[in-house]
Ligand binder design. Structure first.
Ligand SMILES: NC(=O)c1ccc[n+]([C@@H]2O[C@H](COP(=O)([O-])OP(=O)(O)OC[C@H]3O[C@@H](n4cnc5c(N)ncnc54)[C@H](O)[C@@H]3O)[C@@H](O)[C@H]2O)c1
Length: 335
Protein backbone atom coordinates (compact mmCIF):
# COMPACT_ATOMS: atom_id res chain seq x y z
CA UNK A 1 0.00 0.00 0.00
CA UNK A 2 1.21 3.51 -0.87
CA UNK A 3 0.21 6.09 1.71
CA UNK A 4 0.30 9.88 1.42
CA UNK A 5 0.23 12.02 4.57
CA UNK A 6 -0.15 15.75 4.01
CA UNK A 7 1.16 17.66 7.00
CA UNK A 8 3.49 14.68 7.44
CA UNK A 9 6.11 16.88 9.12
CA UNK A 10 3.68 18.11 11.77
CA UNK A 11 2.83 16.81 15.23
CA UNK A 12 0.14 14.29 14.30
CA UNK A 13 1.34 13.61 10.75
CA UNK A 14 4.79 12.51 11.95
CA UNK A 15 3.27 10.47 14.76
CA UNK A 16 0.85 8.80 12.34
CA UNK A 17 3.78 8.02 10.01
CA UNK A 18 5.76 6.41 12.85
CA UNK A 19 2.73 4.36 13.90
CA UNK A 20 2.10 3.12 10.35
CA UNK A 21 5.76 2.23 9.85
CA UNK A 22 5.83 0.33 13.16
CA UNK A 23 2.58 -1.52 12.36
CA UNK A 24 3.86 -2.37 8.88
CA UNK A 25 0.31 -2.68 7.56
CA UNK A 26 -2.85 -0.69 7.03
CA UNK A 27 -6.18 -2.40 6.50
CA UNK A 28 -4.38 -5.72 6.08
CA UNK A 29 -2.04 -4.49 3.34
CA UNK A 30 1.67 -3.99 3.94
CA UNK A 31 2.95 -0.43 4.08
CA UNK A 32 5.15 -0.35 0.99
CA UNK A 33 5.79 3.39 0.70
CA UNK A 34 4.93 6.49 2.66
CA UNK A 35 4.99 9.95 1.10
CA UNK A 36 5.15 12.79 3.63
CA UNK A 37 4.27 16.20 2.18
CA UNK A 38 4.76 19.32 4.25
CA UNK A 39 5.95 22.89 3.94
CA UNK A 40 8.36 22.17 6.80
CA UNK A 41 11.03 19.49 6.97
CA UNK A 42 10.05 16.03 8.10
CA UNK A 43 11.81 14.77 11.30
CA UNK A 44 15.15 13.00 10.63
CA UNK A 45 14.07 9.59 12.01
CA UNK A 46 11.33 9.45 9.37
CA UNK A 47 13.62 10.66 6.58
CA UNK A 48 16.00 7.82 7.49
CA UNK A 49 13.39 5.08 6.88
CA UNK A 50 13.83 3.56 3.40
CA UNK A 51 10.06 3.32 2.96
CA UNK A 52 9.65 7.10 3.38
CA UNK A 53 9.76 9.74 0.65
CA UNK A 54 9.24 13.43 1.29
CA UNK A 55 8.04 16.51 -0.60
CA UNK A 56 8.72 19.90 0.92
CA UNK A 57 6.73 22.97 -0.05
CA UNK A 58 3.29 24.48 -0.17
CA UNK A 59 0.56 21.88 -0.70
CA UNK A 60 -1.06 24.05 -3.34
CA UNK A 61 2.07 23.78 -5.51
CA UNK A 62 2.39 20.04 -5.02
CA UNK A 63 -1.04 18.54 -5.55
CA UNK A 64 -0.50 17.34 -9.15
CA UNK A 65 2.77 15.66 -8.22
CA UNK A 66 1.17 14.05 -5.16
CA UNK A 67 -1.75 12.63 -7.17
CA UNK A 68 0.68 11.42 -9.87
CA UNK A 69 2.39 9.33 -7.17
CA UNK A 70 -0.93 7.42 -7.11
CA UNK A 71 -1.39 6.71 -3.39
CA UNK A 72 -3.92 4.08 -2.30
CA UNK A 73 -4.42 5.89 1.00
CA UNK A 74 -4.42 9.57 1.90
CA UNK A 75 -4.44 11.17 5.34
CA UNK A 76 -4.99 14.88 4.71
CA UNK A 77 -3.66 16.59 7.83
CA UNK A 78 -1.96 19.74 6.47
CA UNK A 79 -3.75 22.78 7.83
CA UNK A 80 -3.20 26.24 9.16
CA UNK A 81 -4.29 26.28 12.82
CA UNK A 82 -6.97 28.38 14.52
CA UNK A 83 -4.92 31.33 15.79
CA UNK A 84 -3.11 31.66 12.44
CA UNK A 85 -6.43 31.73 10.56
CA UNK A 86 -7.78 34.46 12.85
CA UNK A 87 -4.63 36.54 12.34
CA UNK A 88 -4.30 36.03 8.57
CA UNK A 89 -7.59 35.48 6.76
CA UNK A 90 -5.98 34.90 3.34
CA UNK A 91 -3.47 32.39 4.69
CA UNK A 92 -6.31 30.38 6.22
CA UNK A 93 -8.33 30.32 3.00
CA UNK A 94 -5.30 29.34 0.94
CA UNK A 95 -3.88 26.68 3.29
CA UNK A 96 -7.15 25.10 4.27
CA UNK A 97 -9.82 25.54 1.59
CA UNK A 98 -7.87 26.21 -1.64
CA UNK A 99 -5.31 23.48 -0.90
CA UNK A 100 -7.94 20.89 0.01
CA UNK A 101 -10.01 21.58 -3.09
CA UNK A 102 -6.89 21.47 -5.29
CA UNK A 103 -5.84 18.16 -3.71
CA UNK A 104 -9.27 16.63 -4.28
CA UNK A 105 -9.31 17.88 -7.86
CA UNK A 106 -5.86 16.46 -8.49
CA UNK A 107 -7.20 13.00 -7.66
CA UNK A 108 -10.31 13.65 -9.75
CA UNK A 109 -8.25 14.63 -12.81
CA UNK A 110 -5.75 11.78 -12.26
CA UNK A 111 -8.70 9.37 -12.08
CA UNK A 112 -7.19 7.98 -8.92
CA UNK A 113 -9.69 7.00 -6.21
CA UNK A 114 -7.77 6.73 -2.93
CA UNK A 115 -9.34 6.11 0.44
CA UNK A 116 -9.05 9.55 1.98
CA UNK A 117 -9.23 10.60 5.65
CA UNK A 118 -9.65 14.29 6.39
CA UNK A 119 -8.72 15.59 9.86
CA UNK A 120 -11.54 17.91 10.81
CA UNK A 121 -11.98 19.43 14.24
CA UNK A 122 -14.35 19.90 17.16
CA UNK A 123 -13.95 23.59 16.20
CA UNK A 124 -16.78 23.09 13.66
CA UNK A 125 -19.17 23.44 16.61
CA UNK A 126 -20.07 26.71 18.27
CA UNK A 127 -22.98 28.62 19.74
CA UNK A 128 -25.12 30.36 17.14
CA UNK A 129 -28.06 32.47 18.37
CA UNK A 130 -30.33 30.90 15.74
CA UNK A 131 -29.93 27.38 17.12
CA UNK A 132 -30.09 25.48 20.38
CA UNK A 133 -26.54 25.14 21.73
CA UNK A 134 -26.15 22.05 23.91
CA UNK A 135 -22.62 22.92 25.14
CA UNK A 136 -21.74 19.23 25.06
CA UNK A 137 -21.87 18.33 21.37
CA UNK A 138 -22.64 15.00 19.73
CA UNK A 139 -22.48 13.61 16.20
CA UNK A 140 -25.93 15.09 15.46
CA UNK A 141 -25.29 18.62 16.76
CA UNK A 142 -25.60 21.18 13.98
CA UNK A 143 -22.11 22.56 13.32
CA UNK A 144 -22.19 26.35 13.36
CA UNK A 145 -18.51 27.32 13.57
CA UNK A 146 -17.55 30.59 15.21
CA UNK A 147 -14.00 30.88 13.80
CA UNK A 148 -12.46 30.94 10.33
CA UNK A 149 -10.61 27.69 11.09
CA UNK A 150 -13.82 25.91 12.11
CA UNK A 151 -15.54 27.24 9.01
CA UNK A 152 -12.73 25.93 6.77
CA UNK A 153 -12.95 22.51 8.41
CA UNK A 154 -16.72 22.34 7.87
CA UNK A 155 -16.43 23.40 4.22
CA UNK A 156 -13.75 20.76 3.62
CA UNK A 157 -15.84 18.06 5.32
CA UNK A 158 -18.59 18.78 2.80
CA UNK A 159 -16.14 18.81 -0.11
CA UNK A 160 -14.83 15.40 1.01
CA UNK A 161 -18.42 14.11 1.25
CA UNK A 162 -19.36 15.43 -2.19
CA UNK A 163 -16.23 14.17 -3.97
CA UNK A 164 -17.03 10.81 -2.34
CA UNK A 165 -20.64 10.95 -3.55
CA UNK A 166 -19.33 11.55 -7.06
CA UNK A 167 -16.90 8.61 -6.75
CA UNK A 168 -13.73 10.73 -7.07
CA UNK A 169 -12.40 9.56 -3.69
CA UNK A 170 -13.51 7.21 -0.90
CA UNK A 171 -13.56 9.91 1.77
CA UNK A 172 -14.21 10.12 5.47
CA UNK A 173 -13.86 13.03 7.90
CA UNK A 174 -12.97 12.63 11.55
CA UNK A 175 -13.52 15.53 13.94
CA UNK A 176 -10.52 15.52 16.24
CA UNK A 177 -10.82 16.71 19.80
CA UNK A 178 -8.08 18.99 21.16
CA UNK A 179 -4.99 16.81 21.32
CA UNK A 180 -2.92 17.07 24.46
CA UNK A 181 -0.15 16.85 25.57
CA UNK A 182 1.55 18.20 22.44
CA UNK A 183 5.37 18.07 22.68
CA UNK A 184 7.71 20.89 21.67
CA UNK A 185 6.89 24.56 21.74
CA UNK A 186 3.55 26.44 21.82
CA UNK A 187 1.95 26.72 18.36
CA UNK A 188 -0.49 29.20 16.81
CA UNK A 189 -3.60 27.30 17.89
CA UNK A 190 -5.88 29.07 20.35
CA UNK A 191 -6.01 25.70 22.15
CA UNK A 192 -2.23 25.66 22.58
CA UNK A 193 -2.48 26.35 26.33
CA UNK A 194 -4.26 22.99 26.90
CA UNK A 195 -0.84 21.44 26.32
CA UNK A 196 1.24 24.37 27.61
CA UNK A 197 -0.16 24.21 31.15
CA UNK A 198 1.13 20.62 31.43
CA UNK A 199 4.22 20.63 29.18
CA UNK A 200 5.91 23.82 30.41
CA UNK A 201 5.65 23.06 34.18
CA UNK A 202 7.04 19.56 33.55
CA UNK A 203 9.96 21.19 31.72
CA UNK A 204 10.53 23.48 34.71
CA UNK A 205 9.09 26.58 32.98
CA UNK A 206 6.27 28.90 33.98
CA UNK A 207 3.06 28.67 31.95
CA UNK A 208 0.31 31.24 31.58
CA UNK A 209 -3.24 29.92 31.45
CA UNK A 210 -5.28 32.48 29.47
CA UNK A 211 -8.73 31.22 30.58
CA UNK A 212 -10.56 30.53 33.81
CA UNK A 213 -9.99 27.22 35.68
CA UNK A 214 -13.66 26.32 35.22
CA UNK A 215 -13.34 26.14 31.40
CA UNK A 216 -14.29 22.66 30.25
CA UNK A 217 -13.28 21.07 26.95
CA UNK A 218 -13.02 17.68 25.20
CA UNK A 219 -9.43 16.49 24.84
CA UNK A 220 -7.70 13.37 23.57
CA UNK A 221 -4.19 11.97 23.84
CA UNK A 222 -2.04 11.76 20.70
CA UNK A 223 -2.19 7.96 20.92
CA UNK A 224 -6.01 7.85 20.98
CA UNK A 225 -6.17 10.38 18.15
CA UNK A 226 -3.90 8.35 15.88
CA UNK A 227 -5.86 5.21 16.73
CA UNK A 228 -9.01 7.12 15.72
CA UNK A 229 -7.61 8.21 12.33
CA UNK A 230 -6.48 4.67 11.50
CA UNK A 231 -9.77 3.11 12.63
CA UNK A 232 -11.78 5.57 10.54
CA UNK A 233 -9.56 4.72 7.57
CA UNK A 234 -10.01 0.98 8.04
CA UNK A 235 -13.77 1.09 8.62
CA UNK A 236 -15.87 -0.29 5.81
CA UNK A 237 -18.25 2.17 4.18
CA UNK A 238 -21.16 0.33 5.84
CA UNK A 239 -19.56 0.57 9.29
CA UNK A 240 -18.60 4.22 8.81
CA UNK A 241 -22.18 4.98 7.69
CA UNK A 242 -22.87 7.74 5.24
CA UNK A 243 -20.43 10.41 4.19
CA UNK A 244 -20.73 13.00 6.94
CA UNK A 245 -18.06 13.67 9.55
CA UNK A 246 -17.94 11.85 12.87
CA UNK A 247 -16.57 12.94 16.22
CA UNK A 248 -13.53 11.12 17.54
CA UNK A 249 -13.82 10.35 21.27
CA UNK A 250 -12.89 13.03 23.78
CA UNK A 251 -12.32 13.13 27.52
CA UNK A 252 -14.32 16.07 28.89
CA UNK A 253 -12.20 17.89 31.47
CA UNK A 254 -11.96 21.30 33.11
CA UNK A 255 -8.70 23.22 33.38
CA UNK A 256 -8.91 22.71 37.16
CA UNK A 257 -9.18 18.93 36.70
CA UNK A 258 -6.18 19.00 34.36
CA UNK A 259 -4.13 20.83 36.98
CA UNK A 260 -5.30 18.47 39.75
CA UNK A 261 -4.08 15.58 37.58
CA UNK A 262 -0.76 17.37 37.03
CA UNK A 263 -0.35 17.76 40.78
CA UNK A 264 -1.24 14.10 41.39
CA UNK A 265 1.33 12.93 38.84
CA UNK A 266 4.11 15.49 39.30
CA UNK A 267 3.57 17.19 42.66
CA UNK A 268 2.45 20.64 43.91
CA UNK A 269 5.67 22.41 42.92
CA UNK A 270 5.11 21.53 39.25
CA UNK A 271 1.50 22.69 39.46
CA UNK A 272 2.55 25.99 41.02
CA UNK A 273 4.30 26.90 37.73
CA UNK A 274 0.88 27.62 36.15
CA UNK A 275 -0.34 31.22 36.55
CA UNK A 276 -3.72 32.51 35.43
CA UNK A 277 -3.64 35.65 33.25
CA UNK A 278 -6.71 36.19 31.12
CA UNK A 279 -6.08 36.77 27.40
CA UNK A 280 -9.21 38.34 25.91
CA UNK A 281 -8.62 37.03 22.36
CA UNK A 282 -8.00 33.42 23.42
CA UNK A 283 -10.74 33.49 26.08
CA UNK A 284 -13.15 34.88 23.48
CA UNK A 285 -12.40 32.04 21.06
CA UNK A 286 -12.59 29.40 23.80
CA UNK A 287 -15.93 30.76 25.06
CA UNK A 288 -17.37 29.77 21.69
CA UNK A 289 -16.11 26.20 21.87
CA UNK A 290 -17.96 23.14 23.08
CA UNK A 291 -17.57 22.30 26.75
CA UNK A 292 -17.55 18.60 26.01
CA UNK A 293 -18.35 16.05 23.33
CA UNK A 294 -19.72 12.58 22.86
CA UNK A 295 -18.81 10.26 20.01
CA UNK A 296 -21.40 7.53 19.48
CA UNK A 297 -20.44 6.74 15.87
CA UNK A 298 -16.81 6.32 16.90
CA UNK A 299 -17.90 4.09 19.81
CA UNK A 300 -19.72 1.92 17.25
CA UNK A 301 -16.31 1.44 15.60
CA UNK A 302 -14.83 0.43 18.98
CA UNK A 303 -13.18 3.79 19.72
CA UNK A 304 -13.26 4.97 23.35
CA UNK A 305 -11.92 8.15 25.00
CA UNK A 306 -8.86 8.23 27.25
CA UNK A 307 -9.80 6.96 30.69
CA UNK A 308 -8.58 9.98 32.71
CA UNK A 309 -6.23 12.94 32.46
CA UNK A 310 -3.56 11.48 34.76
CA UNK A 311 -3.12 8.66 32.24
CA UNK A 312 -2.69 11.23 29.45
CA UNK A 313 0.06 12.99 31.44
CA UNK A 314 1.79 9.69 32.21
CA UNK A 315 1.71 8.82 28.49
CA UNK A 316 3.36 12.14 27.69
CA UNK A 317 6.09 11.47 30.28
CA UNK A 318 6.66 7.97 28.85
CA UNK A 319 6.82 9.41 25.29
CA UNK A 320 9.46 11.96 26.40
CA UNK A 321 11.50 9.22 28.03
CA UNK A 322 11.28 6.94 24.98
CA UNK A 323 12.23 9.67 22.53
CA UNK A 324 15.29 10.73 24.53
CA UNK A 325 13.83 14.18 25.33
CA UNK A 326 13.42 13.65 29.06
CA UNK A 327 16.48 15.65 30.11
CA UNK A 328 14.89 18.87 28.82
CA UNK A 329 11.16 18.10 28.54
CA UNK A 330 10.95 16.68 32.07
CA UNK A 331 13.53 18.90 33.74
CA UNK A 332 10.90 20.32 36.10
CA UNK A 333 9.90 16.86 37.28
CA UNK A 334 13.32 16.18 38.72
CA UNK A 335 13.96 19.44 40.54
N1 LIG B 1 -3.63 18.96 17.35
C1 LIG B 1 -4.92 19.18 17.63
O1 LIG B 1 -5.28 19.43 18.79
C2 LIG B 1 -5.96 19.12 16.55
C3 LIG B 1 -7.32 19.23 16.91
C4 LIG B 1 -8.27 19.18 15.92
C5 LIG B 1 -7.90 19.03 14.59
N2 LIG B 1 -6.57 18.94 14.27
C6 LIG B 1 -6.18 18.82 12.87
O2 LIG B 1 -5.28 17.73 12.73
C7 LIG B 1 -4.34 18.04 11.71
C8 LIG B 1 -2.92 17.89 12.23
O3 LIG B 1 -2.76 18.73 13.35
P1 LIG B 1 -1.36 18.93 14.05
O4 LIG B 1 -1.64 19.19 15.47
O5 LIG B 1 -0.44 17.84 13.66
O6 LIG B 1 -0.89 20.28 13.39
P2 LIG B 1 0.59 20.75 13.00
O7 LIG B 1 0.52 22.23 12.83
O8 LIG B 1 1.59 20.19 13.93
O9 LIG B 1 0.80 20.04 11.60
C9 LIG B 1 0.22 20.53 10.43
C10 LIG B 1 1.29 20.51 9.38
O10 LIG B 1 0.72 21.00 8.18
C11 LIG B 1 1.70 21.77 7.53
N3 LIG B 1 1.03 22.71 6.65
C12 LIG B 1 0.15 23.67 6.99
N4 LIG B 1 -0.24 24.35 5.91
C13 LIG B 1 0.40 23.80 4.86
C14 LIG B 1 0.41 24.05 3.48
N5 LIG B 1 -0.33 25.03 2.94
N6 LIG B 1 1.22 23.32 2.68
C15 LIG B 1 1.99 22.32 3.20
N7 LIG B 1 2.01 22.01 4.52
C16 LIG B 1 1.22 22.74 5.33
C17 LIG B 1 2.47 22.45 8.63
O11 LIG B 1 3.78 22.83 8.21
C18 LIG B 1 2.48 21.41 9.73
O12 LIG B 1 3.69 20.65 9.72
C19 LIG B 1 -4.67 19.45 11.22
O13 LIG B 1 -5.50 19.34 10.09
C20 LIG B 1 -5.43 20.03 12.38
O14 LIG B 1 -6.31 21.05 11.96
C21 LIG B 1 -5.59 18.99 15.23
Amino acid sequence: MKILITGGGGFLGARLARTLLARGQLNGQSVRALLLADQQAVPPDLQADPRVQTRTGSLLDQVTDLAAWRPDAVFHLASAVSGECEDDFDLGLRSNIDSTRALLDAFRFAKQVPRFVFSSSVAVYGPDPGHHWPGVVNDDTLPTPQTSYGTHKLICEHLVADYTRKGYIDGRSARLMTVTVRPGRPNGAASSFFSGIIREPLAGEMSICPVDASVSHPVASPGKTIEGLITVFEASREAYKGRTAMNLPGLNVTVAQMLDALEAVAGPQVRSRVKFERNAQVAGIVANWSQGATAQRAANLGLMPDTDFQTIIRQYIADCEQSGLASTALKGLRT
